[in-house]
Design a protein around this ligand. Structure first.
Ligand SMILES: NC(=O)c1ccc[n+]([C@@H]2O[C@H](COP(=O)([O-])OP(=O)(O)OC[C@H]3O[C@@H](n4cnc5c(N)ncnc54)[C@H](O)[C@@H]3O)[C@@H](O)[C@H]2O)c1
Length: 251
């Protein structure tokens, strides 16, 4: 798929942030959009604002994904593009609570696996389908201060890579969006700046769909850092540790 005009699109976690920006942008491009979010009121508001359908609910659990895919398939008459965008950003290191590790794993990783499980069959049968996973620059690099987020975003990227490597020749396109920036209340509360960042991600996804490359990078400097990490992991880790020390000094 090179553009979304006329396509049946599902966006999970679209009641807020990047997902909402994606849903609005897809609708503006002429896609038929299903807005999902676990926050039903937020999903309904976004859907109403862009003339989209709404299928609220959990986009991570097995029954939640099954319901979403089944209802969206019926509403859209088939899903052309599925954006596995819902995500959680839990802070903390190795000592983060078991529950936080578990939620991160379920929402940031298994949500994508479970959606792919249901979508792949019909997509292979018809010879086309498009999965876009909202990962993060943390999935290519790391996020200081958040081990559950960094680890599960790496896993999400690994799954998207695996899907692309396995099904690329059979009509399934898989792309990973890796925006930089930390999902903090600050971003949410940052008004115009926050909107710019989120809108930038939606623009990058539209361009990325046309371009077709696996990695969609709203912040191009991430590509340079990713290449630096691969070329010299020790130098990269030294740089990250230097940043960690600076964060500790600031307090
Ligand atoms: N904002 C950033 O700077 C940034 C950077 C990199 C990656 N990301 C990623 O982008 C995606 C969207 O993040 P955002 O910043 O827009 O966050 P956000 O909190 O504004 O939006 C996430 C939405 O997902 C919903 N959600 C959470 N769990 C869900 C579930 N199980 N089922 C359905 N919906 C669920 C939430 O209710 C929320 O509305 C996430 O995967 C996040 O990790 C964000």
């Amino acid at each position: 798929m090179k553009n979304v005009t006329g396509a049946g699109v599902v966006v999970t976690g679209a009641g807020s942030g990047i997902g909402a920006a994606l849903a609005r942008r897809f609708a503006a491009e002429g896609a038929r959009v299903v807005v999902n979010d676990i926050n039903a009121a937020a999903a309904a508001e976004v859907a109403a604002g862009c003339d989209a359908a709404v299928v609220p609910g959990d986009a991570a659990s097995e029954p939640g994904v099954a319901r979403l895919v089944s209802v969206a398939t019926e509403v859209l008459g088939g899903i052309d593009l599925y954006c596995a965008n819902a995500g959680v950003a839990q802070g903390g290191g190795q000592d983060a609570a078991e529950a936080d590790w578990e939620t991160s794993w379920q929402v940031n990783v298994m949500a994508h696996v479970r959606a792919a499980r249901l979508l792949t069959g019909p997509w292979l049968e018809r010879g086309s389908g498009h999965l876009i996973c909202t990962v993060s620059a943390a999935g290519l690099l790391t996020m200081l201060g958040s081990a559950p987020y960094s680890v599960t975003k790496h896993a999400a990227l690994a799954f998207a890579e695996w899907m692309a490597a396995t099904y690329g020749h059979r009509g399934i396109v898989v792309q990973a969006v890796c925006p930089q920036g930390v999902r903090t209340p600050l971003l949410g509360a940052s008004g115009a700046v926050g909107e710019l960042i989120l809108g930038g991600s939606a623009d990058a996804v539209i361009d990325g769909i046309a371009d077709g490359r696996f990695l969609i990078l709203p912040h191009p400097e991430v590509a340079r850092m990713y290449a630096g990490r691969a070329a010299d992991p020790d130098r990269w880790l030294h740089g990250m540790n230097k940043l960690q020390r600076r964060v500790e000094e600031i307090g």
